[in-house]
Write a protein that binds this ligand. Structure first.
Ligand SMILES: *Cc1c(COP(=O)(O)O)cnc(C)c1O
Length: 482
């Protein structure tokens, strides 16, 4: 049954009833008398006048118009939406962590320092790296920090290197970071298999190359099987290899990038090691490096001192600070809780589940949604609507919009850019087979319906509070008023 208030699409200001109040201020005149006259408003603010109950119903209704991970499957993957264990929230809320003053002296922050020290050691071990900073606020900020570190490394060696090589299958933040740092970005093309084209790489590597930035797995969900050869070629040119490891859940416990030749890599602790971060934050990145780059990392780090722990401000080779204090420690507490909840053997299991789930979906859909690559994928698969849907004039957007009606958040669409009409699906390691079966059934139902009644897809969504938007008009003439 639909409750009447669910159909009430009025804004809170439209529901306003003059004189209705949520909170009664005791003695408002007395409060008014105590304020300087010059600061008093001439006219009352135009605020909705509602009871507390009206407000609760209003916002609860709004919250239910949204898809959320607690109500729906999100094929967007760890990039925003894998399941985050509730236990981690409890750990982060512990008074000793949440209530610690950022300026507290080391001696009264021993618990947090120990946590950061141990977390650093565990992450270094998983990555096969020698040193790590937990200061960056997120993935893109980590890339920035990693390139600053690389720049300082070359400056110390008195080498001038001006170029960053970025394959076309890299995450979009990689070329953006390189340009922001003032480097020239040199693009290289993927081969037909979706991997770095070694011939093209060799052609572009030279004494100007500072860093090769590799996204692994790349945005096609494919593992660079030639990564050792790629690292060898880069090193032979005197360049460093940066690995964007934002999606480390695809290889955690199975591969240590440091052992393959990677010099600098970032982790998105808010993806791989949990923390809800949909809508832009908060996050916590980490830059793990080989020994030669360690002196240049941002400070403070944490070192062991006597029986306890202390802030380590390094020396003047450090690039300084990239974020206040130790970074977003609340997120790091969650990452630590997540790490402690899994044994070493279970890390490999996380990666295997992420990979199996993506390949399960890909295999059950590839007869009607052709897969970009013939190979097995890692944690995500890239599909496209088949020629039969295209012949009906249907596009990826139509499929995505119709999925909403069937109770599934749309996957990432039109990304990666190198795949025409891309549909990228990342189920993550935390979804059950039943959920994936339901999702596959919905994708198949949309396909069948598209062939039988294409208009139904073109007009979708039908059951959502907001119907198909005119995206061009929304971009050119946004309605910012009510
Ligand atoms: C999410 C992601 C990033 C950016 O991370 P943010 O925390 O959103 O800044 C970079 N690279 C890859 C491969 C990603 O998936």
């Amino acid at each position: 049954m639909i409750c009447l208030s669910e159909l009430d699409n009025r804004l809170s200001i439209e529901k306003s009833d003059p004189g209705r109040r949520g909170v009664m201020v005791k003695n408002p005149l007395k409060a008014k008398a105590s304020l300087p006259q010059a600061l008093l408003r001439k006219a009352a603010p135009r605020l909705p006048e509602l009871s507390e109950f009206d407000v609760v119903r209003h916002f609860t209704r709004l919250s239910r118009l949204n898809f959320s991970l607690d109500t729906h499957f999100y094929p967007l993957g760890s990039c925003t939406m894998k399941y985050n264990p509730r236990f981690n929230e409890e750990a982060a809320a512990l008074e000793g962590f949440a209530g610690l003053h950022p300026l507290a002296h080391d001696s009264s922050a021993q618990g947090t320092l120990e946590l950061l020290h141990d977390l650093s050691a565990r992450l270094c071990e998983l990555c096969g790296m020698d040193a790590i900073t937990l200061q960056p606020a997120a993935g893109a900020h980590s890339e920035f920090t990693g390139l600053l570190t690389a720049k300082a490394y070359f400056e110390a060696k008195r080498e001038t290197r001006t170029e960053i090589i970025v394959p076309d299958s890299a995450h979009g933040t990689n070329p953006a970071t390189a340009s922001m740092m003032g480097f020239a970005t040199v693009g290289i093309n993927s081969g037909p298999d979706g991997k770095v084209n070694l011939y093209d790489l060799k052609k572009h590597l030279n004494s100007r190359t500072a860093v090769l930035m590799l996204t692994v797995p790349n945005t096609l969900g494919i593992f660079e099987t030639n990564i050792e050869e790629i690292c060898r070629l880069a090193h032979a040119a005197g360049a460093l290899v940066y690995m964007d490891g934002a999606n480390f859940n695809a290889m955690i416990g199975m591969i240590k990038p440091g052992e393959l030749g990677v010099d600098i890599m970032h982790l998105n602790t808010h993806k791989t090691f949990s923390t809800p971060h949909g809508g832009g934050g908060p996050g916590a990145g980490a830059i793990a490096v080989k020994k030669a780059l360690a002196p240049f990392l941002p400070v403070p780090l944490v070192k062991k001192e006597g029986a306890g722990y202390a802030s380590d401000f390094g020396d003047k080779r450090s690039i300084g600070k990239v974020k206040a204090f130790f970074g977003n420690t609340g997120v790091l507490v969650r990452a630590y809780a997540y790490l402690l909840a899994h044994s070493a053997a279970e890390f490999g299991e996380i990666a295997r589940c992420a990979i199996i789930n993506a390949n399960y979906v890909r295999t059950l859909l590839k007869d009607i949604y052709p897969s970009y690559s013939a190979e097995y994928c890692m944690h995500e698969c890239v599909l496209t609507p088949g020629a039969d849907l295209a012949a009906k004039g249907l596009k990826t957007l139509d499929v995505a919009k119709r999925l909403l009606d069937l109770g599934f958040h749309a996957p990432t669409i039109y990304f990666p850019l190198i795949v025409h009409e891309a549909i990228m699906i990342e189920p993550t390691e935390t979804e059950s087979r039943e959920t994936l079966d339901e999702f596959v059934a919905a994708m198949r139902a949309v396909h069948a319906e598209g062939l039988a009644d294409p208009q139904k897809l073109k007009d979708a969504p039908h059951n959502m509070p907001v119907k198909r938007l005119d995206e061009v008009q929304a971009a050119r003439q946004p309605n910012l008023h009510w």
